[in-house]
Each structure stands twice: as structure tokens, then as C-alpha cells.
Design a protein around this ligand. Structure first.
Ligand code: NAD
Length: 419
């Protein structure tokens, strides 16, 4: 490696982890972290949960204290944007002017909100929720809000709805698809969540989209749906998915397909550039091909994997078990595996008990599970998937079948203990 630093592009969960892990893995050279947000790297998951609900303050959001970066000799360039990558000269251009050479570049540029191209979206009162700045202005507005409309019944929309109910705000959700969270959840889990929102006074209006936002004196007063329905609202939150920030990579000639394409070592089509986290499209045996994942697990694990490789450690191909979580009201939803292609979903436990799992299969093969308030199921499923141990639909549905034991059979446990 040249004397030039490793540059990490992006100060989100993946970027911050990569920079710190690189040092912890024994890398001795310079590490520069360039992030366009002004704040120190922070956790995004609480933004739509405890932070909005007023249970967590900004100081509790930081991923690491400023001192940690100094101690680990990670040079922070915050509030700074990378405008171009020159792969031939191995350098980046900065918005503030100047260039910076790299020995290796780690793209952790993340994703951005997918904009809703509806008239009136510029009205005061229409919000998105991804960054700390967005969450801060949204939180400030909650105290003056009576009625909110959420556009998109995905992670952001449903978590915001639950947080807003805790503030006593009347909330409706408008979802374009036939059920909420259909991108990631089974029909059974979607129905359960819809019922929980209904019980908490949040109707989810399905198969509808927003035609326009309307307002008075520049301030939002209502949302008009595509069937002409008008929902009164003094606040709207749009959460209709994200787009990967892959333009820099594309302009530099790297392979891009729903994100920056990487191989099993998270290396892009350029041998001096890796990509991790929300912006990376990587091969996964759990997805049966290239996939781009938007989760803390993916960001953290991929960051550690690249850091180890750059520190010269032997690294197996990246193929970690994907897992995700969400919190809505008292529902703790945990998902393991990539289950979207399932053709069979089996219940373990009962939704009536508010503690159950949905196990997903395709052609009889086990893909993963979604769990509500059944963390032991979730943890066992992660172990089963990591070990490549298959279970049958009958075993999944049988509460007397010991999942934990199946995930760590005595023979396997004995072998690992002997090692
Ligand atoms: P999402 O993909 O989870 O949900 C978007 C929803 O909007 C989908 O249900 C989709 O059908 C719907 N939709 C799309 N276009 C629409 C339209 N025009 N009108 C109405 N509905 C429409 O995305 P999100 O909720 O915006 O979340 C953004 C990102 O944040 C994702 O990366 C997500 O994984 C991440 N996130 C994760 C968590 C978590 O893991 N717990 C929590 C919050 C956010």
C-alpha cells in the first residue's frame, strides 16, 4: 500500500465502523473519514423510535465520542462532500476545493430518501426522516401537531406513526401497496402489524397514493389521495424508500446496479475501491444473487470485513446472516434471513398472544423467520442460518421442537469445544 491514507467516504454507521475497525485490526497508516453531514457519526435507528418519542436526547445518539476518533488516530473531515473520484490518479476531489490521494477508498456513501414527486411537497409541514437534521426538525414540530399523515407504510412510516401516537397525535398511514411493509414481511406479519396499528388508532389506507399536498399561507393543511379523498393534516411524513448514493462510483466508471457492485470480498470493479453498507450491491447466498441491504447489521459486519482485509488479515468471503429489527408500540419485531421470495409461511406460536414467529420456506427450503416478542426464536434462526442447518415447516410449527438445540446440536458443540 502507498503512503496515502485509506479514505472512508461516508460518516454513517458503515463508514464510522470501518474507520475504527481498521485501526483496531492493526492498520498503522493514516485513516481519513470524510462525511457530508456536520455532526459526529450517529445511530440512525433511534431517530424514528426513542428520539422522536422524546425518550432519548441527541447526546445519546452518537456512535462514539469524539475522543475515540482522536485516540484511534482517525482524521475526521465532517461537513465535507466528495465531488469526484479519479481512479487513475487514486484521488478524490472535495467540494471545499482540493484533492486527496488514497491508497484505498472505502465507499460507505449510504442512501438518501426517495423523493415523492407530488405537487405541494415543498409546503411547510411536509417532512422526510433519515438524517439527524430531519429528525430534529420533525421532533420540534411534534408539539404543535394535531393530525399527521404518513406516506408509506414501511419501516419509517410505521415507526413514526407509533412514536407520534405516544405524543397523542392523530395519525393515518397511506400505503401504495396492498399491505404494509410488503417489501420485507410475510402476509401474516403484515396483517398482525396492521391490526396493532388499528388497535392504537392508526388506520392504514392501502392501495392508495398521494395526488397532492394542499396548504394555506405556505403551510400544510391536508393531503389529497389519488381517489380524491382529502385527509386533514398539519404534518406529513414521507417514507417511501431510499435510493443508493452510487452516482460518484458510476461517474468514476465503477460497475453500478442498484448500488455499487462488489464481489464476495466487498471489492468494487476497481481493485483500490471497496463499498459497504446501504450503497453496496453484494453477492449473498441468502439472497441467491446480488442484494443491497439497508440495515445496521449489514453496515457493521461489512465494515469489519473490509477493515480486516485492509489490515492484511485473512478474511473469508463475506456471507453473514442478514438480520433486522423494528419497534412499534410494544411490538419488538425481529427478522433473520432474506425471506421475500418465500412460498410457504408457517406460524410458531399465536399472534393472539402477541408473541409468535413466522417461518418462511421456498420449495421446502428454510429461508428465515420474522419474530414478534420471541427473541429466542430469532437468535436460534440466526444460528441455524449461519450454520446452514435446515429445518422443516413441520418442525418450525411444533412448539415442542427445540430450535436452540437444533441450532447447536451436541455433536457440533462437542467439536467446537474440542478445537
Ligand atoms: P421502506 O422500503 O421500508 O418502505 C417504503 C414503503 O412505502 C413501502 O411499503 C412502499 O410500498 C411504500 N410506498 C412506495 N411509494 C409509495 C407512494 N408513492 N405512496 C405511498 N406509499 C408508497 O422504506 P422506508 O420506510 O422509507 O425506510 C427508509 C430506509 O430506512 C430503509 O432503508 C429502511 O430499511 C430504513 N429503516 C430501517 C428501519 C429498521 O430496520 N427498523 C427503521 C427505519 C428505517
Amino acid at each position: 500500500m502507498s503512503d496515502a491514507p485509506v479514505i472512508v467516504a461516508g460518516g454513517g454507521q458503515a463508514g464510522a465502523q470501518a474507520a475504527v475497525s481498521l485501526r483496531q485490526a492493526g492498520f498503522e497508516g493514516r485513516i481519513v473519514l470524510v462525511g457530508d453531514e456536520p455532526s459526529l457519526p450517529y445511530q440512525r435507528p433511534p431517530l424514528s423510535k426513542d428520539y422522536l418519542a422524546g425518550k432519548l436526547e441527541e447526546s445519546g445518539l452518537l456512535l462514539r465520542a469524539e475522543k475515540v476518533y482522536a485516540d484511534q488516530r482517525v482524521e475526521l473531515m465532517l461537513g465535507e462532500q466528495i465531488t469526484a473520484i479519479d481512479t487513475a490518479r487514486r484521488s478524490i476531489s472535495l467540494a471545499s476545493g482540493g484533492e486527496l490521494a488514497y491508497s484505498h477508498l472505502v465507499l460507505a456513501t449510504g442512501a438518501r430518501n426517495r423523493p415523492l414527486p407530488a405537487p405541494g411537497a415543498e409546503l411547510d409541514g411536509v417532512f422526510y426522516l433519515r438524517t439527524l437534521a430531519e429528525a430534529r426538525s420533525l421532533r420540534e414540530r411534534l408539539g404543535q401537531t394535531r393530525r399527521a399523515v404518513v406516506v408509506g407504510g414501511g419501516f419509517i412510516g410505521l415507526e413514526f406513526a407509533a412514536a407520534a401516537r405516544a405524543h397523542g397525535i392523530a395519525v393515518s398511514v397511506v400505503e401504495a401497496a396492498a399491505r404494509p411493509m410488503s417489501r420485507v414481511l410475510s402476509v401474516q406479519m403484515s396483517s398482525y402489524l396492521a391490526a396493532r396499528h388499528d388497535t392504537n388508532g392508526v388506520p392504514i389506507i392501502l392501495n392508495r397514493s398521494v395526488q397532492r399536498f394542499v396548504g394555506e399561507n405556505g403551510r400544510l393543511t391536508g393531503v389529497v389521495l389519488d381517489d380524491g379523498t382529502v385527509l386533514e393534516a398539519d404534518l406529513a411524513v414521507v417514507g417511501i424508500g431510499v435510493l443508493p448514493n452510487a452516482e460518484l462510483a458510476e461517474a468514476a466508471g465503477l460497475a453500478v446496479k442498484n448500488g455499487v457492485v462488489v464481489d464476495e470480498n466487498l471489492l468494487t470493479s476497481d481493485p483500490f475501491i471497496s463499498a459497504i453498507g446501504d450503497c453496496a450491491s453484494f453477492p449473498s447466498s441468502f439472497a441467491g444473487g446480488l442484494i443491497r441491504l439497508e440495515s445496521v447489521q449489514n453496515a457493521t459486519d461489512q465494515a469489519r470485513c473490509v477493515a480486516a482485509r485492509l489490515a492484511g488479515k485473512p478474511t473469508p468471503p463475506y456471507n453473514n446472516v442478514p438480520w433486522f429489527w423494528s419497534e412499534q408500540y410494544d411490538v419488538r419485531l425481529q427478522m433473520a434471513g432474506i425471506t421475500s421470495s418465500h412460498d410457504q409461511a408457517v406460524l410458531r406460536g399465536s399472534p393472539d398472544d402477541n408473541a409468535f414467529s413466522v417461518f418462511c420456506f421456498r420449495d421446502g427450503a428454510f429461508l428465515g423467520a420474522e419474530s414478534v416478542n420471541r427473541t429466542p426464536d430469532h437468535l436460534a434462526v440466526r444460528k441455524l442460518l449461519a450454520a446452514g442447518i435446515a429445518i422443516t415447516p413441520e418442525q418450525a410449527a411444533d412448539l415442542s421442537f427445540d430450535l436452540k438445540l437444533a441450532a447447536a446440536p451436541p455433536a457440533a458443540a462437542a467439536v467446537s469445544a474440542a478445537k
